[in-house]
Design a protein around this ligand. Sequence first.
Ligand SMILES: Nc1ncnc2c1ncn2[C@@H]1O[C@H](COP(=O)(O)OP(=O)(O)O)[C@@H](O)[C@H]1O
Ligand SMILES: [Mg+2]
Length: 608
Amino acid sequence: MQHGYGYFEEDKLGEIADIKLWRRILGYTSHHWQGIILAVILSFAVIGSSLLLPYLVRIGVDDYIINTEIPVPERLSGLVILALVFGLSSIAGFAANYFQVTVLEWTGQNIMHRLRQHIYGHMIGLDLEYFHKNPSGKLVTRITNDVQNMHEMFTSVIVTLFNDAIRIIGILILLFWLNWRLALMMALLLPVILVATIWFSRLARNVFREIRTDLAKINAYLQEAISGISLIQLFQREKETERNFVSINQNYFQSTMHQIKVFGIFMPLLDILASTATGIIIWYGGAQILKGQMTIGILVAFLSYMRLFFQPLRELSQKYSIVQSAMASAERIFQLLDTKSKLPIVLKPLRPQNTGTSVEFNNVTFGYDSANPVIHNLSLNVKQGETVAIVGATGSGKSTLVNLLERMYDPDQGRILLDGHDLKELDPIWLRNTVGLVMQEVYLIPGSIRSNILLDREMDEPELKVILQQAQLIELINRLPEGVHTKIGEGNLDLSAGQRQLLAMARVMARNPDILVLDEATANVDSETEILVERAVEATLAQRTNIVIAHRLSTIRRADRIIVMDSGRIIEEGTHEYLMVQKGFYHRLQNLQYIGWNERKSIEPAIR
Ligand SMILES: Nc1ncnc2c1ncn2[C@@H]1O[C@H](COP(=O)(O)OP(=O)(O)O)[C@@H](O)[C@H]1O
Ligand SMILES: [Mg+2]
């Protein structure tokens, strides 16, 4: 919980007038311009129909209801025709609206689909450092929430804003056309409406921002608390985290109250303005009617248009806030899309055919954060077919060497060569196929044992069987009714740590890498499977170049050479016998190990 509020980032709101950003967002619509144009055309139909209705009322009132100059049956049939036109136009407006929404939704979903694919494809290729620096929740938000925000803007805002603008302009034109004097009177109210709306949009923007930030804080806090629940309970931090939560929760409460206040003022204010407009229409319009300068129908139409005029204003602030949050989302999405992998891939990456597979670290210095190196000017040569063991305290940098060799990171200084080729020149996929890695943690994918071993490989049964035998899995599999097709992973057969290790060995054997790296692969194994794992290790190591990082000294003892590391440096090097005679670090480690095999965890602090 010391990291503050996790990945909340809603305090940053998008700049609505960011032209560059708009251009980029609109770039994504380029494949779907037909849909957008269709939506715009349809919006003329939707608005046309809604603006036609008050006008029909005017005709009805003036030409038929109060017009005593024509006979009653004619007035009645005129009203019937008007009612029919009214009905048809409503239906047409409804249909146009339906198609507009459908087209927009379809277009919007398509654009978002493309965007999600694009983000995912980009993100998955980024370097590990990026993933370490960015919590997974944040990256998930990019593809889900942020894309959803943009979708909302595309479908509900851009076109409705367009609709509203056309509607307001249309209404003003109609009003002036119906009676310019009355329209002019009303136009006097326009500046007041404009000022009130702008003022409110500002306030509302801040309020929405507050609410979103506070909500995001609640989310982030919950996420941290829930993922750290075992720590909280173990160390009795319940009361304290609850106290923290109270204050975050309280902030959220206050900002929603703030919103209610702002809206509580603006909405009635709009109502007052609308009522004033109505008052002006009735007073001034009524006087004009009495003077015979205007008809009752126009007065009725005017009143209806007023209502249509104020409607979009009420929703404006909400839309404003949607656009704003979408702009912020867009900015974050593009920021992710602009992030380049820190592991540049050369234009023509090499995939050497025949590798002798020697490994060379040449004066390598590296730090996860380059100000604090964890590997210092380290040089190491592993010849073809050699098995090199690396030992050292936890945190001495053993796994970091593996990360560098798999090119999860690039060294800050120095070079790493595979058969004389700098890793940077090699195709990363080829590299990771050539350097097989078994780690302490084994990730299972939901599926059968077979698919877990082969992953994307194809292999016939006899070949697989050899691997199962070498990996000492055959006995386990023979015991299972469904054999290699037994489902494992969450909710299915649970493998023990040792069995997982064997599976990981089989996985690596199936890929038959030239170089094999075992990173504490045997650390978690129970004594029952230990012998099996030892055998599997032996089978895996055969005829390869191997780098073995291990706690079990029995594996290490058989290595051709042992490297002892401390704080990112090699401090001793040689065979087991040689190092024992030297009576240095390795010798001490060896003696400690004899005290107890099962006290590995307590040894580590001792050998620091
Ligand atoms: N992803 C990482 N980000 C930052 N620091 C790391 C990361 N992984 C390891 N370290 C640090 O690098 C140092 C070496 O770690 P590591 O290579 O994992 O040691 P070993 O495998 O020997 O236990 C340690 O100080 C560790 O805290
Ligand atoms: Mg390690």
